[in-house]
Design a protein around this ligand. Structure first.
Ligand SMILES: Cc1cc2nc3c(=O)[nH]c(=O)nc-3n(C[C@H](O)[C@H](O)[C@H](O)COP(=O)(O)O)c2cc1C
Length: 182
């Protein structure tokens, strides 16, 4: 139909990344796409914390340690080599005020814009959910605060970003029973 529509249909979650840097202007463009997402009552309270390098390693290590110590629940057993973000070189923590009743919806809109922008720029991306729970885990939260996540915010997800190292796995999106025209 057109290029934007093609990216909606051809975006797929990326779970293997090159350990190379992403051009700064591409990261800026991705964040801009997140900032341009709709927000309820136009409150524009979504917040983006871009984490990379040693800070990202520190954050991920804290998440893994919290799971291993039992401080943070995870749905399956892991070991110290677990990397919830698939070792993507960048993680964008998308957060909004806990007291705003529409924060989850606002952050979800921002995340989808981020994923579509990443796809349009030739990058891989993936929603990483563990940060929703990790932001309520004191040992991880203190690092998030240090990295710039505002104190009163809930982190709804981390967006892993980077160049894909493997072809993206194509998931079929089945319309059966999911659409009614009336
Ligand atoms: C709310 C939500 C939470 C998700 N959490 C994770 C996650 O923690 N790790 C992961 O690899 N993918 C996660 N995903 C991505 C989904 O697994 C993925 O979108 C789905 O399998 C369809 O694949 P696609 O994105 O390639 O279309 C999440 C997606 C959503 C919307």
């Amino acid at each position: 139909m057109n290029e934007a529509y093609d990216h909606i249909l051809n975006r797929h979650s990326c779970r293997a990344y090159e350990s190379i840097a992403v051009e700064h202007d591409k990261l800026e463009a991705i964040i801009k796409a997140g900032l341009h997402a709709p927000t309820a009552m136009n409150r524009q309270e979504t917040h983006f914390t871009v984490v990379s390098g040693e800070n990202l390693t520190r954050l991920i290590n804290a998440v893994v340690e919290a799971i291993l110590s039992g401080e943070l629940y995870y749905s399956r057993e892991i070991d110290a080599s677990f990397r919830p973000h698939y070792d993507a070189p960048y993680l964008i923590l998308v957060s909004a005020p806990t007291e705003n009743p529409f924060s989850c919806q606002d952050c979800s809109c921002a995340l989808e814009n981020i994923f579509l922008a990443a796809s349009a720029l030739g990058l891989g991306s993936c929603w990483i959910n563990i940060f929703l729970h990790a932001c309520k885990t004191p040992s991880v939260r203190s690092i998030m605060t240090e990295l710039g996540v505002p104190c009163g915010n809930t982190v709804y997800a981390g967006a892993a970003i980077g160049y894909p190292s493997d072809p993206l796995r194509i998931v079929e999106h089945d319309p059966n029973g999911r659409v009614v025209w009336s």
